[in-house]
Structure formats: C-alpha cells, structure tokens
Design a protein around this ligand. Sequence first.
Ligand code: RFL
Ligand code: PHB
Length: 390
Amino acid sequence: MRTQVAIIGAGPAGLLLGQLLHQAGIDSVILERRSHDYVLSRIRAGVLEQGTVGLLDKVGASSRLHAEGLSHDGFDLLFGQKRHRIALDRLTGGKHVTIYGQTEVTRDLMDQRAAQNGKTVFEAGDVALHDFGGTSPFVTYVEDGITRRLDCDVIAGCDGYHGVSRASVPASALDIFERIYPFGWLGVLADVPPVSHELIYARGERGFALCSMRSGTRSRYYIQCDQGERVDAWSDERFWDELRRRLDPASAEALVTGPSIEKSIAPLRSFVAEPMRFGRLFLAGDAAHIVPPTGAKGLNLAASDVHYLFEALTEFFVERSQAGIDAYSQRALARVWKAERFSWWLTSLMHVFPEQSPFEQRIQQAELDYLVSSQHAMAALAENYVGLPY
Ligand code: RFL
Ligand code: PHB
C-alpha cells in the first residue's frame, strides 16, 4: 500500500490531521494500535479552546459540538472556603471555552473519516517506522496476522506518550525535559447534574479538587491523590466524601452524588521532547509533549501542533517547498513551551505538595490572594486559559 502521509495513532491529533489533509487533497492512512471501540471508551479532556473549535469547524466536524457543547465564559477558583470567579470573557475581550468531551471529538472525527472512506487500520500490531532519515520512508505493521508495508512520503507520529514514533528516534537525537509531580488525579464520571454551571478549581488543605462536566446531566470530578494510589482503594462513597470535604460549604451541600460510570487515576507530569522533526518523521501532540491536566491544555496543544504540521505539509505537497517542514519544530515548540509554563504554574499554585515547607505554603497562599485581587494577574490567567493565539 502507498500513501502520502502515514499517520500513526487515531487520537485527536491523528484524526484531525487526517481530516485537514483530506480537505487539501492530500492522501493519508491512519494506523491505530487499539480497536475502534477501545479508542472511543477512553475518557479524557473536556475543555476546548476556540482555536481547537476553529479547526474542527474548518474540517466540518463540529455540528454536534455546536449543538451539544457548553460555552463557558468563566470558572471559579476556590480557596480559603471562598469562590472567586475568573470572568474569561471580560478579561480577554470576549473569549470563551467550550465544554465538549475529547471522546465526542474523537467520535465526530472518526465518523467523518469513515463517511469519506478515509483509510484507518484499527488493531494494527507491531507498527514499526523505517528509513525516515531518507526520502522514501515506510511503515510496517501486522493486520490479521499478516505483516504489511505502507510506503509514504512522510510519517506523522501522533501516537501519544507511549507510542512507537518518539521511541523510534535514537535517544542521542532527542533532548528531554521532564518534571514528575508527587501526586496524581483520581477522576470520576457520573450521570449526576454538575454541582455548578461552571468549572470549580479548588485548593484546600486536603489537596486539589476539580468540578467539571460533560453536559447538564453528566459530571466529571477529580481529586488530587497520592502517587501510587490504587483506584480500587476508592469506593464511590469514599470519593464523594473526600470531594465534599474539599469544597466550600454551599457546594458541598449542593453536590449530587451517584454511581460512577468511570473511575481512573492519571499521574501528573510535564514532558517535552525536542525537536519535533527527524527527517521525514514529524511528532505531534502527546507523542512530543505532556502537560499536567490542570490547565486543560493537552488536547488543545495537540490541535495547535496539527495546525502547524498541516500548514507545513501543505507547503511541502502543494507548493513543493521545504520551508514549512523545516520550520515546523520551532514553530510548534514556541507555543508548546508557553502552555508547559502555564500548566506547570497552575499545577504548582493549586496542589498540596508533600514536601512543601511552611515558607512555600505562605508563598502559595500569597500568590492566590494576589491573583484574585489583581485584574492584571487574572487577565494573564484568563488569556492563557482560553488559549494563546496561533
Ligand atoms: P492520544 O489521545 O494519546 O492518541 C494517541 C493514539 O495513538 C495510539 N497508539 C498507537 N497506534 C499505533 N501504534 C502504536 N505503537 C501506538 N501507540 C499508541 C493510541 O492508542 C491512541 O489512540 O494522543 P493525541 O492525539 O496527541 O491527543 C492528546 C490528548 O489525548 C491529551 O493531551 C489530552 O487528553 C490531555 N488532557 C486534557 N487536555 C485538554 O486539552 N483539556 C483537558 O481538559 C484535558 N484533561 C487530559 C485531561 C488527559 C487526562 N489523562 C487521562 C491523561 C484529563 C485527563 C485525566
Ligand atoms: C475535564 O473536564 O476532564 C477537565 C476539565 C478541566 C481540566 C482538566 C480536565 O483542567
């Protein structure tokens, strides 16, 4: 089989790239390790920047998002038992975010690709990347027990943090920047109405908590938990009790609980691999970088990478120019690092760190107090939260 762009991974990065390329008349094949249903069972991000929505508009995969997504023009920061509203629209000159699950974004993109007869191989085993240092790369994989070969002009590594693409690059060619946080997030999805019509990011003595949602009847809650905590140690009852204790009295009172439909623990890390291009291999999304989820930036960064990569590949295939692919890594990383900084900062501000000294605790408290007392500081938070331009 032959294609122009071999895309590794059918997450949001790979699927969005596939649809942008399709629109530009550039052929792609997606190789995905998991089954279609498995990919659609993963519960992840929930907050979309306007830039991400714009890209979904551009490929025509946003009608359900506009019908069912929730437009939010603010969120609350809760600390010291008090809620402080961050008015995104007022602080940013009218910008907002959209609450719409990553699972639904993935479903919409997959449905659209299938309707256009775009080729996706699910359950592609042993995917291996070859010769991307030269001009004729190819990918091998196993489908139904048979080893197949996909020849291509370029490879887009959109296969997430644990994927094969970054791992195929010699370690000596990569610079890795990493921070592992000494805690995780325990998340619960439940068919109960959200405790508030906007998100609440809470920092209390017992740790961080986040009240988010997927719809008016489906809630997504997270609490900071210890590193190495096991999900089966958390009954629903224990989770709801702990969440309640991290909220202000009015929210704790209003919290509606119910059986969880998903419960999982995510470790928190910051990670960047530089560069994002090796000859004819380009990394995009979690394959190249990870942010802790506090700033809601992971999926949105995957989308901005794909925007830059799509522009670079269009120049390469349509205008026959190398300039775009030569500049890709630098352009993408400039935005990545700003989101890394923001996610690290908000994580540091909102969590309880086990080794925190009394001095550091007071500094954290002072920063929170300053933040909500300064229009300039709140505007900087809001500007980053709605998404920096690209
Ligand atoms: P994905 O979504 O991980 O997709 C990669 C795909 O590649 C496949 N794959 C392979 N395929 C072939 N061969 C191999 N060897 C392969 N290895 C892997 C995988 O099966 C998968 O289908 O990466 P992508 O597309 O870069 O997308 C990134 C986002 O998924 C991620 O950044 C976000 O989910 C992060 N994130 C959030 N981002 C936001 O923007 N807003 C949020 O509110 C937000 N909340 C979150 C989050 C991530 C979380 N977790 C679980 C880490 C909340 C949580 C709890
Ligand atoms: C979510 O709804 O899953 C979510 C929302 C905001 C975040 C992280 C996750 O910062």
